[in-house]
Design a protein around this ligand. Structure first.
Ligand code: DX5
Ligand code: ZN
Length: 218
């Protein structure tokens, strides 16, 4: 089982001061930073692009960049995100494009890769890709917006993916994203998750160092 990793979502940070928010998360002890990229097509919202990642790197942010592409055509952008400083790039299974080729391309670009499932997408849809990924991200809200309630009905999907990981003797990380906090995160951990995106719960926490320490101890 992988050690627990906290990935605060910059979506819940201060968008007028993204560098400050990113550094705040790093200083609190969060090993990863989760970056949510939205295109207004795959999800009904817009965030930012690769230039923001590059600017964060130039500003001295050294955290592992966990880049979540909520894009209808992610294959067109993986190279830009890799060049901008992404460490891991995850892409959704739902849109129609060559998933296997895009996952392979992400590794060629020197990044780890991840495949993401929306709440309505069954675990079976990614089963064939499992030997070829570094991370599987189970959405615990419908993507597009921060601050939504955690979907407890996703715990079974997490457990299913964790069971396949063991059965197939694979090492991919299992990440959860959406409405995760210090209470339901423990349930995700028990189901087999090891990587925890936290937007609202992390940035609203008065003691962010204690938050990061709690996740590290799961
Ligand atoms: C939702 C994003 C999430 C979001 C999580 O589309 O993928 O990463 O920022 O935010 P919270 O933790 O507030 O649900
Ligand atoms: Zn996300």
């Amino acid at each position: 089982m992988h050690a627990s990793v906290l990935a605060p979502s910059l979506l819940a940070g201060d968008h007028a001061n993204l560098g400050t928010s990113a550094q705040l998360a790093a200083d609190a002890g969060a090993p990863w930073l989760h970056l949510d990229l939205m295109d207004g097509h795959f999800v009904p919202n817009l965030t930012f692009g690769p230039e923001v990642l590059a600017a964060l790197r130039r500003a001295g942010v050294k955290t592992f960049f966990d880049t979540h592409l909520m894009l209808a055509e992610p294959q067109r952008y993986v190279e830009s995100f890799a060049k901008a400083g992404a460490d891991l790039i995850s892409i959704h299974i739902e849109p129609a494009y060559d998933h296997a080729a895009t996952l392979a391309r992400i590794r060629e670009l020197g990044c780890q890769n991840g495949i993401v499932l929306n709440p309505g997408t069954p675990a079976e849809s990614v089963r064939a890709l499992l030997p070829h990924v570094d991370l599987v991200l189970v959405m615990t809200v419908q993507p597009g917006f921060g601050g939504q309630p955690f979907r407890r009905d996703m715990l079974g999907k997490i457990a299913q993916l964790a069971a396949w990981r063991q059965e197939l003797d694979l090492k991919f990380r299992l990440e959860v994203d959406g409405g995760v906090d210090l209470t339901n995160g423990v349930e995700c951990r028990a189901a087999g998750a090891d990587t925890f995106v936290a937007g609202t719960s992390f940035f609203k926490a008065s003691d962010k160092t204690a938050f990061a320490a709690a996740v590290a101890n799961w």
